[in-house]
Design a binder for this molecule. Sequence first.
Ligand SMILES: NC(=O)c1ccc[n+]([C@@H]2O[C@H](COP(=O)([O-])OP(=O)(O)OC[C@H]3O[C@@H](n4cnc5c(N)ncnc54)[C@H](OP(=O)(O)O)[C@@H]3O)[C@@H](O)[C@H]2O)c1
Length: 246
Amino acid sequence: MRLENNTILITGGSVGIGFAFAKYFSKNNNVIICGRDLSRLEAAKKSVPSLNIYKCDISKKDECDELFNIISKEHPQVNVLINNAGIQKEIRILEGNVDIDEVDINFKGTIYLSILFAKFILNKPNAAIINISSGLAFVPSAIFPIYCATKAGIHSFTMSLRRQLQDKNVEVIEVIPPMVHDTFLKGKPIERNERSISTTELLEEVINGLKENKVEIPVGATKYMIENSKKDINSAFEQMNKNFVF
Ligand SMILES: NC(=O)c1ccc[n+]([C@@H]2O[C@H](COP(=O)([O-])OP(=O)(O)OC[C@H]3O[C@@H](n4cnc5c(N)ncnc54)[C@H](OP(=O)(O)O)[C@@H]3O)[C@@H](O)[C@H]2O)c1
């Protein structure tokens, strides 16, 4: 993917991984970010004044349509979509209420925007859609059952999207992060631990992958996950989940 002179929409670009991307790309690109919380968007713009900010909840179809209409008018040159917005919840299936927000945000919102923008960026120079999945798409952590399912779904959808667009001049790329600290994915800051990496380390590997024109960019510990056989996945699953009692 070309790394400069693009107009890039990043969903969920106000904090965490999305903001790290927004900051990096804003040096040589026109960058648009969206999110639900206006104060977080304004804080991002205060830190990086060139950012264009739009309030949008991607789990709501009408808000996605409105975002698309505004961007196609105000930034008709948009040629890259980074589907980054996501949430993660601990869910004990036998306890509490049924809450499937993750499906609406991580899965439905991402797919809906991909379809809307795929048609719009078709045949634009250097068009690309980048979907952020997760290592947990490949080896689920059972404490995040819906999150892992949405990310597995995004991996599958991204493969199909790439196939359907392969002759249409739109690159379709999947970024597969491991645990990343200094993010708020669980609704509170994820702290550094022996398995996590920083947003800076993630960004460096992703940019290298984009420069090498990779279509799947597994980062850090996720590299072995995507190459696992079914037997390896079963054993990695047991290992990952051995400390949880449900
Ligand atoms: N952090 C990790 O360890 C990790 C690992 C693997 C994959 N990932 C993936 O990386 C992506 C970014 O995660 P992160 O860790 O950077 O999370 P984060 O720090 O919580 O940032 C998430 C961003 O998405 C926005 N967002 C959430 N729900 C939204 C919605 N309905 N509509 C629009 N924007 C929304 C948030 O802003 P508002 O709350 O204001 O809407 C925020 O800007 C996610 O897809 C996540 O699954 C993260």
